[in-house]
Design a protein around this ligand. Structure first.
Ligand SMILES: *[C@@H]1O[C@H](CO)[C@@H](O)[C@H](O)[C@H]1NC(C)=O
Ligand SMILES: *[C@@H]1O[C@H](CO)[C@@H](O)[C@H](O)[C@H]1NC(C)=O
Length: 507
């Protein structure tokens, strides 16, 4: 889920929590310094090592319900703790564990494919936020089971592990069951990408049955920023792995659902969502729509000057504040569901993210026996929320979302990594209009042919599921009648979409 990247909101919720104003001030100073300095690169240097010193584990089936620790001489700062934790699916093996990066620890779930685990592709999934736990993806969207109340889950027939092995990761540190021993934070996607790339390499190195297996990086919402950078980190790391005599990770594609990949096209497209029939009939009053329409050119000019042509952190932040006030706030403050323009928010954004089922996920995961089964670190409080405010704040402090992400998509496409951008048509916050716009604007060598394609209908069981455009490995698709969390609203259509993508790279 995408969290409001708003200073005011973040500040309010921080003050409601435990942190003091002094802490907040220090935090902001530290982050501003970070924002003003050069952003980090996603690339992680490999240590030099003796290949003969490495013994892979071989097969996942050697794991027991006790943690096994995996290291790799190329990544001396990293290790992976993994155990068998059969739960949730019941028909396939499930594993959980931590990626340990010195004092930082990232929690993950891994489920084998229901079809042919030894042959099927591997999918990596992350939810967004920044700060959202992937347990939302697992327990209410595309995972092998869904929560029905705080103590019960049921088998999900439409899970994405129907034809693929799949990871769910709580990242970066402080999200969900992930933690840091000394309160360290990751505050940029570039930093987060290094941990993910190292984890992926260690996993594929140890479990030799997965070596060379087709691999797909997938995510939703703020995943529109995470996934292009994470995939790029994995791609660049492959060059190092090959140099060191190791097998590269067979990264085939990136999959992004209702992503926030381009903040600038997204912010102006709120007008289309509210004041035209792009999704539902216009829902905002004419006077407000006129004001929004008039704000667009001014907002675009400000963003172009301070965010796009050159990146001036203070100017860009200011531009975004203006655009947000004019274009985002009218709907944001209306009490409608920001993730689904056809619905009211059930509960409040802070309490339920508009979906009461999220409270069940939190309740389910706070049961001590479930925690124990998963191997969750005992330091994680039982009432820890699904979303980390600290991570949201840290990322908003570095203006992470205002850095380019679509350029990474272009770079991946140039290198033969295919990209699927899909969007539920009812989502407001990361709506399909803004997503279609940046896919059409994107500069890459396949652009002309991509832009020439008309949107055509794609169908499931003879019924129209949405529209799609595809060329040269790049696919854009809508899913009719789905909000921000497509697999939650349209489980079968979303599974069919993913299966077709894995198989043929088009819908
Ligand atoms: C949860 O749902 C299950 C199955 O419907 C039911 O047996 C159980 O009583 C429910 N528990 C609670 C706390 O509502
Ligand atoms: C797209 O649609 C237009 C109008 O129907 C048609 O003229 C054009 O040939 C179509 N383009 C492609 C690539 O199919």
């Amino acid at each position: 889920m995408l969290r409001q990247v708003s200073r005011a909101l973040a500040l309010a919720s921080l003050l409601c929590a435990t942190a003091s104003a002094t802490y907040h001030q220090q935090f902001q100073q530290w982050n501003t310094q970070k924002a003003l300095s050069q952003p980090d690169y996603t690339r992680l240097e490999l240590a030099s090592f003796d290949i003969a010193s490495f013994q892979p584990i071989g097969s996942l089936s050697t794991l027991t319900d006790q943690f096994m620790v995996l290291g790799h001489p190329a990544f001396p700062k990293y290790s992976v703790r993994i155990k068998q934790s059969n739960f949730c699916d019941g028909s396939v093996a499930a594993y959980t564990g931590y990626i340990d990066v010195e004092a930082r620890h990232l929690f993950f779930y891994f489920f084998e494919s229901r079809n042919a685990p030894d042959k099927d592709d591997v999918i990596f999934w992350t939810n967004g936020g920044p700060g959202g736990s992937s347990s939302m993806g697992l327990f209410m969207e595309l995972g092998p089971c869904r929560v029905v109340n705080s103590t019960t889950v049921v088998f999900n027939e439409a899970s994405w592990n129907s034809n693929a092995n799949i990871f769910f990761i709580d990242q970066p540190v402080d999200v969900g069951f992930s933690y840091a021993e000394y309160g360290e934070y990751v505050s940029t996607t570039e930093e987060a990408a290094k941990d993910i790339a190292a984890f992926v390499a260690i996993f594929f190195e140890h479990f030799s049955s997965f070596r060379g297996r087709a691999f797909h990086m997938a995510g939703e919402s703020y995943g529109g920023r995470y996934i292009p950078l994470f995939s790029s980190a994995i791609y660049d790391q492959n060059i190092e792995l090959v140099k060191a005599g190791l097998t590269p990770v067979n990264l085939k594609s990136a999959i992004i659902g209702n992503g926030l990949t381009n903040r600038f096209t997204q912010i102006t497209s709120y007008y289309d969502m509210q004041c035209t029939a792009a999704s539902v009939e216009p829902i905002t009053d004419i006077s407000t729509c006129i004001r929004m329409k008039q704000a667009i050119p001014r907002c675009q000019k400000l963003m172009r000057t301070s965010c796009i042509n050159a990146f001036d952190p203070i100017g860009c932040d200011e531009a975004i504040q203006v655009c947000r006030m004019e274009l985002q706030d009218p709907y944001w403050t209306s009490g409608m569901n920001v993730y689904d323009i056809s619905k009211k928010c059930e509960g409040s954004l802070e309490e339920t993210h508009c979906y009461p089922i999220t409270k069940f996920i939190q309740g389910y995961l706070s049961q001590p026996e479930i925690r124990q089964k998963l191997g969750v670190d005992p330091s994680i409080p039982l009432d820890k929320p699904l979303s980390s405010h600290n991570v949201g704040l840290a990322f908003s402090g570095t203006l992470d979302i205002l850095r380019p992400s679509d350029l990474y998509v272009a770079a991946l496409l140039e290198r033969g990594v295919d990209v699927l951008i899909y969007a539920g048509t009812y989502d407001w916050i990361c709506n399909w209009v803004g997503n279609e716009r940046w896919t059409l604007d994107l500069d890459w060598s396949g652009k002309d042919e991509f832009v020439k394609q008309n949107l055509t209908e794609w169908k499931v069981d003879g019924k129209v599921a949405g529209v799609t455009r595809s060329a040269n490995g790049f696919t854009f698709a809508t899913v009719n009648g789905a909000g921000h969390m497509v697999p939650y609203d349209k489980p079968w259509e979303s599974l069919e979409m993913v299966n077709r993508w894995l198989k043929n790279r088009q819908l």
